[in-house]
Ligand binder design. Structure first.
Ligand SMILES: Cc1cc2nc3c(=O)[nH]c(=O)nc-3n(C[C@H](O)[C@H](O)[C@H](O)COP(=O)(O)OP(=O)(O)OC[C@H]3O[C@@H](n4cnc5c(N)ncnc54)[C@H](O)[C@@H]3O)c2cc1C
Length: 507
């Protein structure tokens, strides 16, 4: 008797190894077919109305990353004995059609925290069940499931500190469970020896060809030209290489110097795995396991305290990722605007020409412009700079943080609703963070974290001749500017202005 066929629907888990939903499918039957749906409702969406620039909701950099990752994933499916179908259209219609065409009894996928995805998944599940198919949906993209942790009062966490401590304790319990197949954290191997479907069954399905041709080098149309500059590399194999380069290498592993290295934008001191974690070319368990292996290496090398502290700081970043995801899961209204209601009445000045200057890296403040040029050119920006440019847009240019949130989503290779919204609400002081008002002074930030102005010169080559001091302060003599704009605003004046508006808001 032929093995029962299952479909596995990939979404933000573009890998075969340590993919919990896929592993569950492959344990049930070797006859598994992969599906990915290119949904025009997502790919062609625009930023919310009222934001200047008619921004795309999906950055060209993400389309590049997605296309390359899917191509590699399709090869991995072939090597495992089966295939990946890439379909174009509405998943609610396509998944039941594909399941019917292949005679699949079950459709499996990994759950998501985003409001849009959760609603879509409910509709897809209903459509499949109406056709008599079973649905299997579990968690995979987080080390700790969003429903697993709650405060002493039984509420979801709103504050990171206690969340981190509770998350860490939970991980210790999960570690003791061993393999991820039994609820633990040890990553799973990729399935192999799968059984392909009969290609004749695919007739009538809108299957995309994944091969770029001379006429259509981007079968997923995009105009991203920064792939050589982008530190995030698409595909499962590249994610593994990047993880190894960051976590291994004995004493010289960047992870062991992360505590300091993470703050220097002119150095590659962070993992650049954000897009891999966003698209799931890397699983969080694989990232966690690499950090634990590094702990053992440090212990074997004599256990330097700074190295162990660095590993913990990186683990805390993985916890920030999960904190924001669980927050979005429990408080989907975060996606709609400020968490703190008083911010809805803030009198933003929202000057479109200032916003455009910020987006293009033409504010006349070198650290801001270098960071925005990095984002425009490479699709990625260093975390320190994300905080500095976000504070500048909101608190110096007095522009609604939601404009910045949308501008980031239109450019970032790792653009992710939970992390981006969390980062913007943190920077704007409108979110769950208990600190009332945080204002970054861009000149102080530049002096502290780019003291030799290496990062500024890298991204603003037209200012290579300017002294470090002037590059850091932004006080560049008119003759030295050579076309580079004069400062759009004065930080001190704007800081006072913002504080006055904020005080008015608090009444
Ligand atoms: C305004 C603003 C917007 C942001 N938008 C995004 C976004 O759209 N997508 C995104 O992945 N991150 C976002 N971040 C968080 C952070 O800047 C990036 O995750 C980080 O710069 C990615 O670089 P890395 O992979 O080298 O990180 P590493 O320093 O190596 O950290 C490891 C991983 O931890 C996670 N992480 C690290 N810092 C954070 C954080 N503060 N919040 C959530 N997760 C974190 C990421 O998955 C990252 O890959 C934003 C931060 C700010 C301040």
């Amino acid at each position: 008797m032929a093995a029962e066929r299952w479909l596995f629907w990939h979404r933000r888990d573009l890998r075969l190894a340590d993919n919990l939903g896929l592993a569950a499918a492959a344990r049930a039957t070797p006859a598994v077919t992969g599906v990915f749906v290119l949904d025009p409702a997502i790919l062609q969406a625009r930023a919310p109305g009222g934001i200047p620039g008619d921004l795309p909701a999906v950055a060209p950099a993400r389309l590049w990353f997605l296309q390359e990752s899917l191509q590699e994933l399709a090869e991995a499916w072939r090597a495992a004995g089966s295939r990946l179908l890439v379909l174009q259209g509405d998943p609610e219609q396509l998944l039941p059609r594909a399941a019917a065409a292949l005679g699949a009894a079950v459709v499996a996928w990994n759950r998501d925290v985003e409001p849009f995805a959760r609603e879509r998944d409910r509709r897809v599940a209903r459509a499949l069940q109406a056709d008599g198919r079973k649905v299997l949906a579990g968690w995979d993209q987080l080390l700790v499931e969003p429903e697993a942790l709650s405060t002493g009062a039984g509420d979801p966490y709103r504050v990171y500190g206690p969340y981190w401590r509770s998350w860490r304790r939970r991980l210790e319990q999960l570690e003791a469970l061993g393999s991820a197949a039994s609820g633990g954290l040890d990553p799973l191997a990729a399935p192999s020896s799968l059984i392909d479907c009969d290609p004749a069954q695919l007739a009538g399905l809108p299957v995309e060809t994944l091969e770029p041709t001379a006429a259509t080098p981007n079968w997923l149309p995009h105009d991203f030209a920064g792939s050589d500059l982008c530190p995030c590399r698409p595909g499962e194999a590249a994610a593994q290489q990047q993880l190894a380069a960051f976590c291994t290498g004995g004493r010289s592993a960047p992870l062991l110097a992360y505590d300091e290295g993470r703050n220097i934008p002119g150095e590659a001191g962070t993992s650049a795995l954000s897009a891999a974690l966003k698209f799931g070319t890397l699983s969080p368990r694989q990232a966690w396991a690499a950090a634990q292996d590094a702990r053992h290496t440090v212990a074997a090398l004599g256990g330097a305290q700074e190295a162990l502290a660095s590993i913990q700081v990186w683990e805390q970043e993985l916890a920030w990722r999960e904190f924001y995801q669980q927050a979005l899961f429990h408080f989907p209204e975060l996606a709609e605007g400020p968490y703190r209601p008083q911010w809805r009445a803030f009198p933003w000045e929202n000057d479109p020409s200032r916003f455009a200057a910020w987006r293009e890296g033409l504010t006349g403040m070198p650290i801001i412009d270098a960071a925005m040029r990095q984002l425009n050119a490479s699709g990625w920006m260093h975390n320190r700079c994300r905080m500095v440019v976000a504070s500048f847009l909101v608190k110096d240019l007095i522009c609604d943080w939601r404009w910045g949130e949308a501008a980031f989503m239109a450019l970032l290779v790792d653009g992710d609703l939970a992390a981006n919204n969390g980062g913007w609400q943190w920077s704007a002081s409108s979110g769950m963070d208990p600190k009332p008002l945080r204002i970054f002074n861009p000149a102080t930030q530049a002096s502290k974290f780019d003291a030799e102005a290496r990062y500024i010169r890298q991204w603003l080559p037209e200012l290579k001749h300017v002294s470090n001091r002037d590059l850091l302060s932004g006080e560049i003599a008119p003759l030295e500017r050579r076309g580079y704009p004069a400062p759009l605003v004065n930080h001190k004046t704007q800081q006072a202005r913002f504080k006055a508006l904020y005080t008015g808001l608090r009444g």
